[in-house]
Design a binder for this molecule. Structure first.
Ligand code: PAF
Length: 282
């Protein structure tokens, strides 16, 4: 497995693979790899001929009061895990490679970027779409892999590649969970053991919402109220938003129909966690 630090080196290698007729699969990550990332790396390894994993903690997607400086970084561990998952090339640029002096071009998906995560984290999605667009240009993969846990992010990236005619398939892989249901996230490492116990309430609230919808509830307000009630009882959990939205557009709905996504963002102690579940409405 080769580790590449420079943009021009990565681009040259990717072009050589493409000229040789190979398909590339890209797994964009910010490192601190966990089983969720591993499922993406393994899928890329199965489905494409050259698996590229990017490790880059992207400063552009963190707000000034967010955790950029303390985001977990362990390159050696990440390299071992990526290799075990079948990764062929690691792309690990530093910020000056990705954003050299004078950098001033950004990619923004309007509308969809403003609600839910976008409303809570101003500028976050502009940072995500800009870095993902750059990674897609440099690596030129046939397929790029994202996790369902960041559902809004994946919808935005799908919209971006469609609108900008980027020739790549965006594959969304299911959220990987701990045995008690907590969605895998690099930020789970911040939780104290007590907070870690409380954090499972997020998944339980999503499951309660799903059960209500499956039982025939079609009013999104009542579904959200039921989740809020459950979350209210959990000490150390502060809800940022709860929503039931159309799964394709994230538009709010008056009556639930087709496929919906139930979403939650909450602080557990000082750690911000998000999760979601897709629910088919018959
Ligand atoms: O999901 C993430 O880890 C990041 O948002 C991504 C897609 C790697 C862009 O920095």
């Amino acid at each position: 497995m080769q580790v590449i630090r420079q943009v021009h080196h990565m681009a040259r290698l990717a072009q050589a693979f493409k000229r040789a007729g190979k398909t590339l699969g890209l797994v964009p990550t910010m490192g601190a790899l966990h089983d969720g990332h591993m499922s993406l790396i393994r899928a890329a390894h199965r489905q494409t001929q050259v698996t590229v994993v990017s490790l880059f903690v992207n400063p552009l997607q963190f707000g000034p009061k967010e955790d950029y400086a303390r985001y977990p970084r362990d390159l050696r561990r990440d390299l071992n895990l990526a290799k075990a998952g079948g990764c062929d090339l690691i792309f690990a640029p530093d910020a000056s490679q990705m954003y050299p002096g004078g950098f001033c071009t950004f990619v923004e998906v309007e509308g969809l970027s403003d609600r839910l995560e976008g409303a809570s984290r101003a500028g976050h999605f502009r940072g995500v779409t800009t870095v993902v667009m750059k990674l897609l240009h440099v690596v030129q993969p046939s397929v790029a892999y994202f996790g369902q846990k960041d559902y809004q992010q994946a919808l935005l990236i799908r919209r971006m590649v469609k609108d900008l005619n980027v020739p790549v398939a965006i594959r969304l892989m299911p959220t990987v969970r701990e045995p008690d249901g907590l969605a895998m996230s690099s930020r789970n490492a911040y939780l104290t053991s007590e907070e870690r116990r409380h954090a499972t309430v997020l998944y339980r609230a999503l499951c309660a919402a799903k059960a209500r919808i499956r039982a025939g509830e079609r009013n999104p307000r009542r579904v959200v109220e039921a989740m809020r009630e459950l979350l209210r009882r959990a000490r150390a959990v502060r809800v940022e938003y709860l929503a039931v939205a159309d799964a394709a557009t994230l538009e709010p709905l008056k009556t639930l129909r087709r496929e919906v996504v139930v979403l939650v963002a909450a602080r557990v102690g000082s750690t911000r966690l998000i999760d979601n579940l897709l629910v088919g409405v018959s």
